[in-house]
Design a protein around this ligand. Sequence first.
Ligand code: MBD
Ligand code: FE
Length: 348
Amino acid sequence: MGQMIPDLAAAASRASAAKIKSNGISNGISNGISNGISNGISNGISNGISNGLNGAGKKCQYDPTFTQKVIAATGPNANPRLAQIFPSLVRHLHDFAREVNLTVGEWSAAVDFLNECGQMSTDRRNETQLLCDILGLESLVDEITTKQLATSTTQTPSAILGPFYRSDAPFFPNGTSIVQDLSPSLPWYDQALEDSAFLSGRVLSTDGEPIENAVVDVWHTAPNGLYEQQDAEQPEMNFRGRFRTDQGGRYALYALRPVAYPIPDDGPAGRLLGLLDRHPNRPGHIHFIVSAEGHRTLTTQLYDSRDRWVGNDAVFAVKDELVVRFEPREGDGQARWELGYDFVLGRC
Ligand code: MBD
Ligand code: FE
């Protein structure tokens, strides 16, 4: 704290110098900043005095009208959903900052962190989404969305999309494979043979009726734990495909048993995991998006019960009903394992 105060004072004088020069929006921002800083300084100082010198342990009081002032700034023509949720967002953010006595230095580090997430994100890597995942936010929002929209309790549970979906995977006929160019020169060739798997089942309505022409969009990593777009060695769209159900609502494809996989930890999200003393591992999983006319689209993942991380997922996405047991497959040169799984879709 003793070191923070001179820094803050310097920042405050820079901010008020900026205030004199600037106008309009930037004026508002620098006012906000310099207010925040000078509040912080005087609170910090008086806090230090009352806690340190008097030993009174008195909780410092931040301006009790401030949050309401920010909430009240919303105008009458605001977007209705935003007008509904923004007060809550501001309240929680402000309460958080007060509860932890967030400093300007810490807030500024958080801004840099978020900027770095955005700057790192491309159509091949979504670092901001990954950040949400390790915070459990994507899983929570998925639970809320699914429960709000659920029309039945028998539909297959959803799981999060994750940052590695590609919307334009090729369509393949039932009974074909999403494994491309499997050659003995690949470092993971032996494991791909060992884990070769036949996946099949039906897409059903909640009343048990098979759905014809449903689309099963499936993707998973290579045995090296990398999705195709993370790995320059893999062909485009490897381990991805879309299949259409037949008249009986059936789909069938060859794939691999999934392997455990560390989420990319070479960016800011990974640094956060390190600071939190957390591991980056996800249990082996296969992603699915199952869609059909007149039905709610199901985004989900199936987890291989053999995996040691099933009970300890870095992104908190596992649900018991989605943990599956692969069985040995007899008499099929293309697959050593098989999995039968029916997806049940709610009606719109
Ligand atoms: C993944 O592969 C994934 O599926 C999720 C949900 C988050 C990070 C990486
Ligand atoms: Fe994934």
